[in-house]
Design a protein around this ligand. Structure first.
Ligand SMILES: Cc1cc2nc3c(=O)[nH]c(=O)nc-3n(C[C@H](O)[C@H](O)[C@H](O)COP(=O)(O)O)c2cc1C
Length: 189
């Protein structure tokens, strides 16, 4: 059976983003259970309701990537104790136009990293309340990751064994959640 498809949204447009590095490491760590692809958000125009009647090509692409995914993994920094503007912009495009919410019903796992002691906890809490309102099915638990220089090596491996096991546990639960919510093949009568 084909592995589930996971769309990864990284809430940073920074070239050396530590959250993109974490996202790539998670994609590698979960590769035996799902196929994960990063989706671009840095080229989406600033949300403007005037554009809804003729969606820009980048928005059409982004929304179709969400719709095609069996699950969504969001890996986000924290900006000023909330989510970065580039991520909120992507969330809004995903939710609109009215009646075309591309997030609805998607099993979603939220995590993120920052050098700070609480590792994006407040941003993740804000994002959770937003994504619940948009109808995603959120994975439980708390994965707040304090970034250290040796967290991820040059080959996208999580260096510390305890951290690797901690994150592997979340990815295993995420894969189970996706499978439980996926349409099941018809059983013979
Ligand atoms: C505008 C701005 C606001 C920030 N606010 C926070 C914050 O509230 N909490 C925090 O832990 N780090 C904060 N930081 C530091 C980020 O954690 C750090 O820049 C991190 O590298 C961002 O993730 P990225 O590399 O994936 O873009 C902030 C950084 C910027 C640029």
């Amino acid at each position: 059976m084909a592995k589930p498809k996971v769309a990864i949204v990284v809430g940073s447009n920074r070239s050396e983003s530590i959250n993109r590095k974490l996202a790539q490491a998670l994609a590698k760590l979960g590769a035996d259970k799902f196929d994960a692809q990063l989706v671009r958000i840095d080229d989406l125009p600033m949300f403007n309701q005037d554009l809804e009647s003729n969606l820009p090509a980048e928005v059409v692409r982004f929304k179709s990537e969400l719709v095609a995914a069996d699950g969504i993994l969001i890996v986000t920094p924290e900006h000023d104790r909330s989510i970065p503007a580039v991520l909120k912009n992507a969330v809004d495009w995903g939710a609109r136009p009215y009646g075309k919410n591309s997030w609805a019903g998607k099993p979603t796992f939220i995590t993120g990293t920052s050098p700070g002691a609480i590792g994006t906890a407040i941003a993740q809490q804000h994002l959770r309340s937003i994504m619940v309102s948009l109808g995603t099915i959120l994975q439980g638990g708390e994965a707040y990751i304090t970034f250290k220089p040796d967290l991820i090596d040059a080959h996208s491996n999580i260096g510390d064994e305890n951290m690797r096991k901690f994150l592997q546990g979340f990815l295993d639960q995420f894969a189970t959640l996706i499978t439980r919510l996926s349409p099941q093949p018809a059983r013979p009568a």
